[in-house]
Design a protein around this ligand. Structure first.
Ligand SMILES: N[C@@H](CCC(=O)N[C@@H](CS)C(=O)NCC(=O)O)C(=O)O
Length: 209
């Protein structure tokens, strides 16, 4: 197996943390998004969607999308369980994982990409030719505020996003929150529950990835 990775990007980090939490050692191949290596023919032959992460199996099959990589690895290595032990827990974890991706990761991406010169012609991940829209910077900021409000509410009722224990939902939310911090949208200072959760999940060895 091989993980196509980009060390500065938040979605590949989801896969790296998941792999570390499982105790797996999967070789990585670095692909530079900033240099546009993910849009060049060599990488598009591996993942035509041009995104990272991607997991290549030994027979050449490629799995794209972080949650699908999670699902595949969890089926091969059920412990420690990160995707839920019963139908209700699995549904809760997936709901928060999807929420963190769509309303966290994508919203922060909207805020960041639409104001960043390097992405003028690359407003969306995986392909070129789409122009940035400056008005989306403010919309992204509002979406991220909504994301932080929802995290704070949930983490006031539950130690982790999926429930009583750490899961894939926390991995995706951590990667989104840290991405937000890096681009100027940190956890609001009053969000005590989120700050408590962030310190907890950041201290896990896998989160150093
Ligand atoms: N939904 C995808 C998102 C992948 C994604 O957007 N990755 C970004 C890096 S964080 C990317 O590949 N960007 C390529 C680009 O900006 O051209 C997943 O779950 O893996």
């Amino acid at each position: 197996m091989k993980l196509y990775d980009c060390s500065m990007a938040p979605n590949p980090r989801r896969a790296r943390i998941f792999i570390a939490e499982k105790g797996l050692d999967i070789p990585r191949h670095e692909v530079s998004i900033l240099d546009g290596e993910n849009l060049a023919p060599a990488y598009l032959a591996i993942n035509p969607w041009g995104t990272l992460p991607a997991l290549e199996l030994d027979d050449g099959t490629v799995i794209t999308e972080a949650p699908c990589i999670f699902r595949y690895l969890e089926a091969l290595h059920p412990e420690p369980n990160l995707l839920g032990r019963d139908p209700l827990e699995a549904a809760r974890i997936e709901a928060w994982e999807r929420f963190a991706e769509m309303n966290g990761m994508a919203a922060i991406g909207e805020f960041f990409r639409n104001q960043t010169d390097a992405f003028t012609d690359r407003a969306l991940p995986g392909y070129a030719g789409v122009k940035t829209v400056p008005a989306l910077v403010e919309r992204g900021r509002q979406r991220v505020a909504f994301f932080h409000r929802q995290l704070e509410k949930r983490l006031g009722e539950s130690p982790y996003l999926g429930g009583a224990r750490f899961s894939a939902a926390d991995i995706t939310a951590l990667c989104a929150v840290d991405f937000g911090h890096a681009v100027g949208l940190p956890i609001p200072a009053d969000n005590a529950h989120t700050l408590r959760w962030h310190a907890d999940v950041s201290a896990r060895p896998g989160s150093a990835n």
